[in-house]
Design a protein around this ligand. Structure first.
Ligand code: SF4
Length: 244
């Protein structure tokens, strides 16, 4: 999920994806104008996720998958890729953790995040891209934040689980996994729209590595307010902070 998957096809839908991206960027910049609050950031993340779900449902009628997707609950090969996202989604996931996790679940997550940070913090971009580590939000093969998971997790899909296993765990390229391009291209467009809006609004960290960014938020009281006020909360979780 680090962007090495290169989709193909669905060219006729590209103008629609571009328009959606620009629309999301414009509305997100508008919603973050003026006094910014964590509630507004949460609304940005929720709006983006809803836009994805609505658009996929509608586009399925226009450009359906060629055959049934292999993705199902308990299959988590793709959850061993590095997950990139942006600040609004990280804040939304942190809210979900605080609101729904039991004390024991939260303690275990905090421990997984410490171990995760210890493993990845000194890796170069190249090393991190190739390391197949389980996402710290994955428990028994299931995503513990499924309703608010990042766009890249929503859009990743496959027609062939054996190909996922081979390419992801065998050091290959996710671009070689046969997939339905519609959600993938849609996810890329929406992600780009939100990231562009955040940059334009003054939050220029770019791609954030989910595990590290989530740890930064959960570790700091009032993280949302601090980030909105200009605190470089995500400086260490920004992908560009890593050496190539
Ligand atoms: S956030 Fe959820 S879906 Fe995404 S990689 Fe982590 S466990 Fe998997």
């Amino acid at each position: 999920m680090t962007g090495d998957k290169i989709p193909e096809g669905s060219i006729s839908l590209q103008p629609f994806f571009d328009e959606l991206k620009q629309h999301l960027k414009k509305t997100t910049v508008g919603s973050l104008a003026g006094n910014r609050t964590p509630r507004q950031v949460r609304a940005v993340a929720d709006t983006t996720m809803e836009a994805f779900t609505t658009a996929v449902t509608r586009l399925e009628a226009l450009s359906p998958p060629e055959k049934p997707l292999a993705c199902k609950k308990g299959c988590a090969h793709c959850c061993h890729l590095a997950v990139m996202t942006e600040g609004a989604t990280v804040m939304r996931i942190a809210d979900h953790v605080r609101e729904t996790f039991t004390t024991a679940e939260r303690t275990l997550l905090d421990m997984r995040l410490i171990v995760y940070e210890d493993k990845v913090e000194k890796m170069t971009q190249s090393q991190r891209s190739m390391a197949r580590l389980p996402c710290p939000l994955l428990v028994d093969g299931v995503c513990t934040v499924h309703p608010v998971r990042p766009l890249v997790c929503r859009s990743f899909n496959s027609y062939d689980v054996e190909s996922c296993e081979k390419q992801i765990h065998g050091g290959g390229s996710t671009g070689d996994i046969p997939a339905w391009n519609v959600p993938w291209l849609l996810g890329l467009a929406l992600e780009s729209g939100v990231k562009g809006a955040l940059v334009e609004s003054g939050y220029a960290d770019g791609d954030l590595e989910l595990g590290l960014a989530l740890k930064a938020v959960l570790d700091h009281p009032h993280a949302g307010e601090r980030w909105l006020a200009g605190d470089r909360l995500f400086a260490r979780s920004a992908w560009k902070a890593r050496k190539p």
